[in-house]
Design a protein around this ligand. Structure first.
Ligand code: PFF
Length: 447
């Protein structure tokens, strides 16, 4: 497609905003606290920080380079540079599909909590965890999931620039502000200190294993939206003069800030309310209402928070919907409208599978009872497909392509100094891939 007909994001700020819009979402506010809660709190936070710098940012830059150089979707981008590498693009498309199969469900929970803040969540007197369980057993869960998919569908069908940019610009500052207000509020809850200790004071002896690194790498990929072609697709809409290094650093730092703020809100509240940090996927939905319930105007605060979480989720769902839509439209020569419909229909089908199909796994030493596609999709994308995509992206940009490729993209063909380039190249060549390979091997139990 020519420059004129293909959409592009406005200015420098827009590129940062929309990419951060993709990155910041349920990954930082829902998934990060529950992963940290299950993996030792502060130890997990430290390893996660390290993974963001050593793995997340370098891979994001690799994806940005491929996307902006080719101005194509994930599959087309890799293929146009080297045909066999289109499979790396397909890995991303598969990842986007599987994420679509459960992310909308959690986003639907947020929507439900926004509505029920005014209709019973605080006035019924029923314990919050019981309310969450009841909601999961009711048909409302499926309805909210579908509503969320339709919302995403509507934004995508309006086109890239209009929909995505507008949504990101309004929501992000508001989300920061409300998280800061909540972090201040929880500091005054009795017993909050225990939560800070858990989240900020690492105890590597008790809570550290290869699995911690494995989970933290997965979390870094997931929360930064890298390793599955999403940033390839987004960078394909960047302007030629965008400073990719600055964009990726800004996106990563904003995402980190939200994740750390989320931890500073959740853990003091968990300990203050006598809940368990290891509760899993329901953690924030059972904990956050504990913060709001004693505040004046509880329903209003609660609804505002869940509205912002819903919007943050929306800018993320838009991004993986866009990976699939751009793929169907450009690779299968469909109209954008038709590609959007296909993506939304597939998302609904997969989410219904996640909601209604429960099974047991007893395969190659892995024994899981009562598992759903929800858990399976989450595990496979964050812990397998995205790290694999990240590993192959490193190999592609610094081993397969000529050195000029990455240098030209990082320096905008000599216009920028690109002082970070040598460090980036070294990291992408050795550190990032070796770390991912080591962790894969370790986790399969070969070492
Ligand atoms: N980074 C998003 C979040 O943290 O909520 C999730 C995500 C979006 C993952 C887009 C992957 C992706 F391609």
């Amino acid at each position: 497609m020519s420059e004129q007909t293909r959409a592009s994001f406005g200015g420098k700020l827009s590129a940062i905003l929309v990419s951060a819009g993709s990155a910041i979402g349920l990954g930082s506010i829902w998934r990060f606290p529950y992963m940290a809660g299950e993996n030792g709190g502060a130890a997990f936070l430290l390893v996660y920080l390290l993974c963001v710098f050593v793995v997340g940012i370098p891979v994001m830059l690799g994806e940005f380079a491929v996307g902006r150089a080719t101005k194509l979707n994930a599959v087309g981008g890799f293929r146009s540079l080297s045909r066999p590498w289109r499979w790396l693009g397909y890995n991303g498309v598969l990842g986007a599909l599987l994420i679509s199969g459960y992310y909308y469900i959690v986003a639907g929970w947020s929507l439900e909590y926004m509505v029920s803040s005014f209709s019973g969540l605080y006035s019924s007197g029923i314990p919050f965890s019981e309310q969450f369980t009841a909601f999961q057993a009711s048909p409302r869960q499926a309805i909210y999931t579908i509503v969320f998919i339709l919302l995403t569908h509507l934004i995508i069908i309006r086109g890239v620039e209009k929909g995505i940019e507008k949504a990101s610009k309004v929501m992000m500052p508001a989300l920061f502000i409300i998280l800061i207000i909540m972090a201040v509020r929880v500091a005054f809850m009795p017993g909050a200190v225990e939560g800070y200790r858990f989240f900020l004071n690492p105890n590597f002896k008790e809570a550290f294993s290869a699995n911690t690194i494995f989970t933290a790498i997965g979390q870094a990929f997931f929360s930064l939206s890298v390793g599955m072609g999403c940033m390839v697709t987004y960078a394909s809409y960047f302007k030629k003069n965008n400073n990719l290094t600055n964009t990726s650093l800004s996106v990563a730092l904003l995402t980190l800030l939200v994740a750390v703020l989320a931890g500073l809100v959740i853990f003091p509240a968990v300990f203050s309310a006598g809940l368990e940090p290891t509760e899993g996927a329901s953690l924030i939905f059972n904990t956050l209402p504990e913060i709001f319930k004693d505040m004046p105007l509880a329903s209003l605060w609660s609804a505002t928070f869940f509205l912002l979480l819903t919007l943050a989720s929306l800018t993320s769902t838009i991004s993986f919907h866009e990976v699939l839509t751009a793929y169907f439209a450009e690779e299968h020569k469909l109209s954008r409208k038709r590609a959007t419909y296909i993506t939304s229909a597939l998302s609904i089908a997969l989410c219904m599978l996640s909601l209604f199909w429960v099974f047991d796994i007893d395969f190659a030493g892995l024994k899981l009872e009562n598992t759903s596609c929800f858990d399976l999709f989450d595990y496979v994308t964050a812990n397998i497909l995205m790290p694999l995509g990240g590993l192959l992206t490193c190999i592609f940009v610094v081993w397969w392509m000529k050195p000029d490729f990455l240098r030209n993209e990082i320096t905008n063909y000599g216009e920028l100094k690109g002082r970070a380039y040598p460090l980036l190249r070294f990291t992408l060549r050795y550190i990032t891939p070796l770390l991912i390979i080591y962790i894969f091997i370790k986790n399969i139990g070969l070492m």
